[in-house]
Write a protein that binds this ligand. Sequence first.
Ligand code: LHQ
Length: 258
Amino acid sequence: MSSLITNTEQGVGFIRLNRPGKLNAFDRSMSFELLDVLKSFEKDGAVRCIYITGEGKGFSAGQDLAEVIDPDGPGMQKILHEHYNPIIKKIRSIELPVIAAVNGVAAGAGANIALACDIVVAAASASFIQAFSKIGLIPDSGGTYFLPRLIGWQKASALAMLGDKVSADEAEKMGMVYRSIPDEHFESASVSIAKKIAAMPTRSFALIKKALNLSFTNTLEQQLALEDQLQQEAANTEDFKEGVSAFLGKRTPIFTGR
Ligand code: LHQ
């Protein structure tokens, strides 16, 4: 059985992590499948937004711990070099908006893969756990990078050390996620965000990602220069022309992502 369920609909590339019996914990096979599907959506001109969620009651419990102690398993070094680091780099560099729809618990690398996404929404019953400290590890998969940027140094430090379970509502309040959504309409509401985004000027979203990726390390001078360069690119898109023309013509724009 494949570890992922994927499909495309209305410009959205859907990825459902599919090892529900293990709360969608990542093993080598699922990690490679995720990388492959991200790369294939990136090349697929019909996909303008990616939506990642979990099958069953969890989003992902992070690394499959059985694989870590398996003498025939990939071993610690390959797990980071070949699984998580490439996944995180791909999510940040892919020129498409990526939505994490966190349907249930997100722990360890599972939490940090979600936090690397451009928009994170969580079902009210979902939770986030930096579970690493409980087994003597440090947050990986970008946890030490994204957490302080999202929630500030102090909270990042405490959560990394204590491994507290953070509810979706708390996560929203502290800025870890965009929105906590009541369970009853989580799936429909999160899918509609993805479909709405897929119909927007998505080329500019790729450029927004590039600008935000550098905004915490650039000086103001460098960031203004980058905005200048990226804005010229945005202004050259068909969607910019369509947006202005629709606004002036008092009609609804039809964006194509070009
Ligand atoms: C699991 C897992 C799991 C296997 C639940 N593995 N089976 C990078 C570098 C290299 C090595 C290490 O890892 C990393 C990155 C990391 O991600 S490290 C952090 C790894 N993740 C964790 O430490 C979290 C472990 N899981 C938990 O603490 C709990 O399962 C949470 C709090 C996520 C959920 O608790 P519950 O809702 O009570 O569910 P459960 O514990 O009953 O789990 C359900 C099943 O899933 C259970 O199997 P079973 O056969 O008993 O029903 C668990 O054994 C299995 N499972 N997480 N990571």
